[in-house]
Design a protein around this ligand. Structure first.
Ligand SMILES: Cc1cc2nc3c(=O)[nH]c(=O)nc-3n(C[C@H](O)[C@H](O)[C@H](O)COP(=O)(O)OP(=O)(O)OC[C@H]3O[C@@H](n4cnc5c(N)ncnc54)[C@H](O)[C@@H]3O)c2cc1C
Length: 485
């Protein structure tokens, strides 16, 4: 019998993982990556050099038997968020109440190398580097690939194509061309620069550090050598923005005032701050697939801003879900449709959650209630168990679909607020009022409750979408296909 074939475009984080899933199902996989092989060539710093791996990502790795190895070899266990105030005080807010409710810091390059190695070891997977996808014939599942060293272009065909080529996906561009599909790409009006926090600081190596300062912030994730990968986030424009803080003197003044306790550990601040800033794109598209020939995953169909640490985790979860849909349907077009139908509402919800979390992170210092509320929700969780699982816990430490996380959190919020302001409840619990009293109160409210409240408004800072493309048919290309809305 002929072996079914797949082309995966993109050898970043999700591409090699999907190649592994597909090879396990018996596909012959050709993966094309436009960069060089990170395992043999020096990595050029691009986006953040480390990331947090949470339950959704771990679950996908677990399915392939890789979780333990990744955690043991690459992971640094993070217990919580260490919030630095201006005076140098640090407040550690745990990520959860249970032992397993932790995140792992991993190097982006290290994890990519690991996955490329694992994919290459898997019979049926072939990796091709310096190969850029420049054209996709979606009807024929054919990809034209340019060899970036020789300039030679070649067309490759397969049974289907997976677009795992990231936020500015070429596969997506061809998928959308001539289709009735919604596409949205926008940027929050903040930018970021990466800064190296040198080894030797006294900062907790098992926490994600945050310096929230209202309209600006810094965060830092530990590396195995004791240094941290720092990210400085400033408004794109306006007073004290990347547009105005330019000279070494201005940079120093900003850090002396806002990030004083980290300043001594930023030996390359002047040169690193001199590099161009990067933006935070969000991408949503209504078309994730075409017939049985093309399907997207990861940032290619749902890029989110990184303030929930979920982009890669969601991309890994896509791989797991797509694999399950392929197993559950004999008709591949149905598998793709079911994947898109079930997954898209969740990643739309994730985009909103990420924007809300960004506001929350920056605001922690302006509104001490934000930090207090976090502690209260953990306390409620400890006292009431699953009935009061905080939103953050569900998003980061479970695989509950994102939309369901929001639904449950709304319910918890509603009752917590009814209970006489959640902060007061926290005080009650802390004062030792007892689990029984609290549970009784809670049950009473649950039975009362048909009260409709909403989570706080999402993304107040979000500008109008910079790009919104609705149905861009090109002559002769529209075949009347309309992506499921
Ligand atoms: C500052 C920052 C911090 C982040 N922190 C976290 C975090 O802590 N936790 C988390 O879960 N997520 C985090 N993310 C998000 C995460 O990086 C992305 O969601 C994740 O990389 C998406 O994986 P992907 O495989 O879809 O895309 P990518 O990792 O971007 O991979 C796409 C690959 O496709 C290749 N490619 C692109 N175009 C072509 C083409 N035409 N032909 C061939 N190859 C092509 C690219 O070279 C790249 O290798 C962060 C993002 C940023 C910017």
């Amino acid at each position: 019998m002929r072996q079914p074939t797949v082309i995966v475009v993109g050898g970043g984080l999700a591409g090699p993982l999907m190649a592994l899933f597909l090879a396990r199902r018996g596909y012959a996989v050709d993966l094309f990556e436009r960069r060089g092989d990170l395992r043999r060539e020096t990595a050029t710093a691009g986006r953040s050099i480390n990331l947090t791996l949470a339950e959704r990502g771990l679950a996908a790795l677990r399915e392939l038997g890789l979780e333990r190895d990744v955690v043991d070899r690459l992971g640094i266990r993070l217990r919580g968020r260490a919030v630095h105030d201006r005076a140098g005080g640090v407040d550690l807010i745990p990520y959860g109440t249970g032992e397993h409710e932790v995140l792992y810091a991993v190097s982006r390059v290290g994890l990519t190398r690991y996955l490329l190695d694992a994919a290459e070891r898997q019979p049926g997977v072939r990796l091709h580097f310096h190969r850029q996808c420049v054209e996709v014939n979606v009807d024929a599942a054919a990809v034209t690939v340019a060899d970036l060293r020789s300039g030679v272009r070649q067309q490759h065909r397969a049974d289907f194509v997976v677009g795992a080529d990231g936020v500015y996906s070429e596969v997506r561009r061809h998928l959308l061309r001539g289709r009735f599909a919604d596409f949205e790409q926008y940027y929050v009006p903040w930018r970021y620069k990466e800064l190296t926090v040198a080894a030797g600081s006294h900062f907790d190596q098992h926490a994600l550090h945050v310096w929230p300062r209202g309209d600006r912030m810094m965060f830092a994730i530990p590396n195995p050598d004791g240094s941290f990968n720092g990210v400085c986030v400033l408004p794109a424009e306006g007073q004290e923005s990347f547009a105005t803080v330019r000279t070494p003197g201005q940079v120093r003044a900003l850090f002396e005032r806002d990030f004083a306790d980290v300043l001594a550990h930023l030996p390359a601040l002047a040169s690193e701050f001199g590099r161009p800033e990067s933006a935070f794109p969000t991408v949503k598209t209504s078309a994730w697939r075409y017939r049985d020939t093309v399907v997207l995953l990861g940032d290619a169909c749902h890029a989110v801003i990184p303030f929930y640490g979920q982009g890669m985790n969601a991309a890994f979860e896509d791989c797991l879900l797509l694999d399950r849909h392929l197993a559950a349907h004999t008709d591949r077009a149905e598998a793709f449709a079911a994947y898109e139908r079930s997954r898209r509402p969740d990643t739309d919800a994730l985009a909103e959650l990420c924007e809300r979390n960004f506001t929350e992170l920056r605001d922690t210092v302006r509104r001490p209630a934000v930090a207090a509320r976090k502690r209260v929700s953990l306390t409620l969780n400890r006292a009431l168990g699953e009935r009061a699982t905080p939103l953050y816990t569900m998003v980061s430490h479970s695989t509950i679909p994102y939309t369901e996380c929001v639904r449950r959190a709304r319910r918890t919020d509603r009752y917590a607020r009814l209970l006489g302001v959640d902060l007061a409840v926290g005080a009650l619990v802390l004062a030792g009022a007892g689990r029984a009293l609290l549970t009784t109160l809670w049950r009473g409210l649950v039975s009362l409750g048909r009260v409709q409240t909403a989570l706080p408004p999402v993304a107040p800072d979000r500008p109008a979408p910079a790009v919104r493309v609705v149905h861009l048919p090109e002559e002769g290309e529209s075949d009347g296909y309309r992506a499921a809305a």
